[in-house]
Structures are given as C-alpha cells and as structure tokens.
Design a protein around this ligand. Structure first.
Ligand code: ZN
Length: 437
C-alpha cells in the first residue's frame, strides 16, 4: 500500500469517523421523516430579547428589585431573531427589525465573496444584535443549520466583515433498504431519502440506468448514507456512502472512495470528467485565487474565492461539468451570476456575466454554453470570476483535483476494496430490515 495514504489527513479523518461510526437502522419511517425533514415546525417570526442576567453567578440571593435595578443600569445589546418563512426576502426582514436598507447593502457587500444571503430558505434563522441606545446594527448571524453559520459583524461606520463557521460534527451511518413499488423516485422518497439524495443517486447512475424505463415494481435498492450530528442533534446534512440497485437480472453499485469520487464495485469511476476552464481560447488571469487576500484599502482579509479572467464582454462561457443550474441571480456586487451543482460535492459559480442563457433547474452538459461574460455588479473591468467549490468550500480551480473519469489507481485498489467490503457487510446484515416496502 502506498505510504502517502496512511498519512493523508483525509484518510485520518475517515478512519476517525469510521471508528466512531454508529449504525442506526430506523425501522419506523416516520421517525426519519420527522427528524430530518421537518426540522423547523415553528417556522414563524419570533422576537427574542436577551433576558438580563445577574452580574455574577455567586449572587444567588439577588432579589427581584435588585435584579430590576441591575437591568436598568446595564446597557445591554438588543437582539432580534427571525426565522425565514416562505415569501420572505432580506429587504422585508430588515424592515421588520427597523434596520435601514443602506445597512443591508453594507452587509450584501460583505457577502459578495460568500453569497450566503442569496440562498435563504424557510427555516434558516437570522439573529440581529443592535446597540440598545442607537439601534445601530452591530452583528447579524445567519444560521443555515447547527453545523453552518455565518456571522456578519460591523468593522466601522460603513462596513461589515464576516466569519463563516462550519462544524464537521460527528457522522452516523444509516442503511435504507427498500423494494420499489411504482417509481424509483416515489419509493425512495417513501423510504426516507430526501429529494436531493434521490437526485444525487439518479445522477450517479445517469449513464447506466434509465430510472423510469428500467426499474420495475419488485426491484430493490440499498443506500448507506451518513448523517451529520452536532451535539447529538441531526443537522439535516447527509452524504451517500454506497448504493446497490438490484433490477431483475442486473445489479448496479456505487461506492464513495476517500478521494471524494464514486466508483462501481470494480473501481471504475462514476464521476463525469470536468474541464479546467469555462471558456475556449486563452485569457489572462488578473486576480488569482487567494483565500487570505488583503483588501488594498482597508487592509482587512478579503478573500478572493475564485479566479478572474480578463475577457471581452460577450465571450461565451461553458459549463465545466455536467450538472444542474441551481442559481440564476442578479446581485448588487457579484452582478449577474449563476451556479451549477455537479453532483453531491462539486459546485461552480460564474460571476459578472452580461447574459445568462440557461434557467434555474435546467440540466447542463459539460461544455454546454451557459452565458456570455460581462462586467456587471462591482467590477473594475470586463472579466469572468470563476469559482469551484468542493464539499461547500471554495478551492483554487486552476490547481484543484477534479474528477477525470477514470478508475481507482492500482496502489489504492486494496484500500478501496476494504471500504467496499465494510459497506457491503452493512448491506448484507442478516437482520436487514425493509423500510418502505
Ligand atoms: Zn473575482
């Protein structure tokens, strides 16, 4: 075995994770459903004012009167919480906490390199902390789920910075084993898989199975997924570890390897190849990927999460991989931009476009034209800002390891086989329980 595998942090993480791996088999369907997908039953606005705390914990004999007096003296922050409901937008939420649109624009400016505020979903939570006397916004926290938060905090009169907190949490494996009755989609959803997971599975087998034509009632599928927990609570984040599909005379497999790609049981890649550049021809890089870039004026860290290519307005832009358009937006600073999700873990973004020629929800092939470059938003000249994200983090698109659609390298094949064997033994458990059949 290649020694570098042993020392790679990715593998160490995997090993650690596997060591703590719990096997949960939810027999009762409803349990899964209510845990995972109704995470926010009280999706409504709540005003929360931080209740005053006595100065010192030792002061146990504090009376109501003295507590009241202490409160009046304490200049405490004012805190408002908003849980996003369907139909909300940032502007109406800022209105509801009586914070001006100019402050919202300052926050959007800080969010330019993250674009987190463009994907607010019902159930996400915003917490505003204001100065009690002036009502000036000091801090705004965005909570997507317990393992992913962004804090925008004031740095001076006119600007904010942000800090992104992504927790790795712990992961537990779950086996879902079900028989198809009707469609694969319906059966998978009934068995407790999320729409996104079903989409990922369909995408994995895209070139092998026509789910509507090839799958019949009585066929069977098994999915091992891992679920993220933070402080013992499910965050709603999951990852497909392995899939087996038994369809009459055929069986199909997909296993996640530690390099982040899926392979069949023979080690043949299921990932579609990426291309390095989203354009044809050659264009100069005016600003490289730099997560620690300092702002030339403020001197603060202002990460550059993509690469800027100088090109004339109207240059055709092509998708770097197969995928689905998940965002088509017009941002005051990022300009017209679009985002493509390529499978469970790859995302690409294309900013400052002049025209977007695809729609949200559209399926895209690698090399398909998706837009024309431009100079929209906060841009100092015509260019394309291109980003590649792997597992939710921006990486350097010029140097990142991207799937090249080949098989597992020989020196890793043994490791791969061991991981497959682990997943198989999980799937082959004699006390396997059918769910949703
Ligand atoms: Zn850029």
């Amino acid at each position: 075995m290649n020694a570098t595998w042993k020392t790679s942090p990715e593998q160490k993480r995997k090993q650690r994770r596997r060591r703590f791996l719990l096997l949960i088999i939810f027999v009762v369907l409803g349990l899964t459903g209510s845990f995972l997908f109704n995470s926010s039953p009280e999706a409504k606005f709540v005003d929360v004012h931080r209740s005053p705390q006595p100065e010192k914990a030792a002061n146990t004999s504090i009376t109501k009167t003295s507590l009241k007096n202490a409160t009046q003296k304490t200049v405490s922050d004012q805190i408002y919480q908003r849980v996003i409901r369907p139909g909300d937008n940032l502007s109406t939420i800022f209105d509801s906490v009586e914070i001006g649109q100019n402050v919202m624009v300052q926050i959007l400016s800080a969010d330019e390199s993250l674009l987190a505020l463009d994907i607010l979903q019902p159930g996400n939570r915003l917490t505003f902390t204001c100065d009690e006397k002036t009502h000036q916004l000091l801090k705004m926290e965005l909570s997507f789920h317990p393992a992913h938060q962004v804090v925008y905090y004031r740095v001076d009169e006119n600007s904010f910075d942000y800090e992104e907190n992504i927790l790795s949490g712990t992961w537990a494996s779950q086996l879902i084993d079900a028989e198809i009755s009707g469609s694969f989609y319906g059966s998978a959803m009934l068995a407790g898989l999320s729409e996104q997971e079903v989409g990922n599975i369909s995408y994995l087998f895209k070139n092998k199975i026509n789910f509507s034509r090839d799958m019949r009632s009585g066929d069977r599928f098994q999915v091992v997924r891992s679920l993220q927990l933070v402080d013992g609570k499910l965050t709603g984040q999951s990852q497909i570890e392995g899939v087996r599909i038994f369809s009459r005379n055929h069986s199909y497999t997909a296993f996640l390897f530690e390099d982040g790609n899926y392979y069949d049981e023979h080690g043949e890649s299921l990932a579609r190849a990426f291309q390095r550049y989203p354009y044809k021809g050659r264009f100069r890089i005016s600003s490289a990927f730099n997560p620690a870039r300092r702002h030339p004026v403020s001197g603060r860290i202002s990460p550059h999460k993509g690469v800027d290519f100088v090109m004339p307005i109207g240059t055709p832009i092509y998708a770097t991989g197969d995928g689905e358009v998940v965002r088509v937006k017009n941002h005051p600073f990022a300009g017209k931009y679009l985002e493509i999700k390529h499978d469970g873990r790859y995302v690409t973004r294309y900013l400052h476009l002049s025209r977007i020629t695809v729609k949200r929800g559209q399926k895209i092939k690698r090399g398909e034209r998706i837009a024309l470059s431009g100079n929209t938003g906060r841009s100092t000249g015509p260019h394309l800002h291109y980003e590649l994200h792997i597992k939710g983090r921006a990486v350097n698109p010029i140097t990142a390891k991207i799937p090249m659609a080949k098989s597992i390298p020989k020196n890793s094949f043994k490791t791969f086989q061991q991981q497959v064997a682990e997943l198989r033994s999980l799937m082959d458990r004699p006390d396997n329980t059918f769910i949703g059949a």
